[in-house]
Design a protein around this ligand. Structure first.
Ligand SMILES: [Zn+2]
Length: 381
């Protein structure tokens, strides 16, 4: 009967002009209800699973039944059953999901934290983690969860890192028609090294494409007006990488990866150990790099001030570096562009007497830096 009521409400919503629901408040409310509805489905599915109502049809388990009767992909059916089961041991997660305050993706992260070694700690910290899931962006929450797992089960984190390293693989093979096809799997540290260089070269090509299109059009080009797609530029960047590698002398000085170890944050947020792009790594994963990497130590002092140790990579200045490790990404609340691709910007403009200090600095990506005068400046997180 309740489902009939729901069908009636949905019928009314279906009859509405979508533009009547297109304001910011309605969009947030709709997504909240959608998440809450998913929670209802997950709980019902878990009860269905436990009661064995799938057995009379001859299905081997609830996943198989769901995949056939509800015509969802098997992986999706498995995920729905798993999420429902996970709620049994995570009452705070159950509550927040039912309210629509968190999503199924948050539930997956929370469920992944649970293993025999962490069970006790998770029962103690569940409410705290759910609080973070309610307030942080999903990316920030995932990072916080990764740190929590490292602390709760340090041995497990090191084993996970070993397993991830062991799965590394590059597949590049010539097809029948002569085209090359490929895919790759890399652990966080090596993947970051490859991806950042690829991104750097792609950015060079992007700037070249933009300049070319601007000359041809006599104005700033839109994304569709560039001569190459992002995928085509990435492909060209990879070829450029191979060409440069071949022309580089064997004994040339290699750039050292930069690891940032943030200290003094422990009392608030716990140990921080991550790559510049925000990937969380267990400290053990950094050990093999100690003789090859640049390490810098950043000490967080009261009032959000950062003291930076001298390193070999401070050609942009210690003040900029301090802003980078403090903010880590574009200060615009709707943006996650990471520090290496941001510009340090004066909050109070230099022309209006704004000083070049940490306190008056923030990171903005090229787009948001360009738009800073269009609307009120974004509030730093
Ligand atoms: Zn931005």
């Amino acid at each position: 009967m309740v489902l009939d009521d729901l069908a009636e409400v949905l019928e009314r919503l279906r009859g509405m002009d979508p533009s009547a629901l297109a304001d910011t408040e309605s969009i947030v409310a709709i997504h909240r209800h959608l998440a809450g509805m998913e929670a209802v489905a997950a709980r019902a599915t878990a009860a269905f699973d436990a009661a064995g109502h799938w057995a009379p049809d001859g299905a081997l388990n609830a996943t198989a039944w769901l995949a056939t009767r509800c015509r969802v992909p098997r992986a999706e059916a498995r995920r729905r059953v798993r999420r429902g089961r996970a709620l049994h041991s995570l009452p705070e997660v159950d509550h927040a999901w039912s309210e629509g305050a968190i999503t199924g993706a948050h539930v997956d992260v929370m469920a992944s934290l649970r293993c025999p070694e962490t069970e006790e700690a998770l029962a103690r910290d569940e409410a705290l983690l759910v609080d973070q899931a309610r307030t942080l962006t999903f990316a920030q929450f995932s990072r916080a969860a990764a740190y929590w797992k490292q602390r709760a089960d340090p041995d497990g984190a090191d084993q996970d890192a070993e397993r991830r390293r062991a799965r590394r693989d590059v597949y590049l093979v010539q097809s029948f028609g002569g085209t090359w096809l490929g895919a790759m799997t890399l652990d966080p540290v090596h993947g970051t090294i490859v991806s950042e260089e690829l991104e750097r070269l792609e950015h060079e090509l992007f700037e070249a494409d933009r300049a070319e299109a601007r000359d041809a059009l006599g104005r700033d080009p839109g994304p569709a007006e560039l001569p190459r797609t992002p995928g085509q530029r990435r492909a060209d960047a990879l070829v450029e990488m191979a060409t440069r590698s071949k022309s580089c002398p064997r004994d040339a000085r290699r750039p050292a990866p930069l690891f940032t170890v943030l200290v003094g944050w422990e009392t608030l947020y716990g140990r921080i150990c991550e790559l510049e792009n925000g990937t969380v790594v267990p400290p053990g994963e950094l050990l093999p790099w100690l003789d090859r990497a640049d390490l810098e130590r950043a000490v967080f002092a009261p009032g959000r001030r950062v003291e930076i140790s001298p390193t070999t990579r401070l050609f942009t200045g210690a003040t900029r570096r301090a802003i980078e490790v403090r903010d880590r990404e574009c200060a615009h609340p709707f943006c996650e562009v990471t520090a290496p691709f941001c510009q340090a910007d004066h909050i109070q403009p230099w022309a209006l007497g704004g000083p070049t200090t940490q306190e008056n600095g923030r990171l903005l990506c090229a787009t948001h830096n360009g738009r800073r005068n269009e609307r009120p400046p974004p509030v730093a997180a």
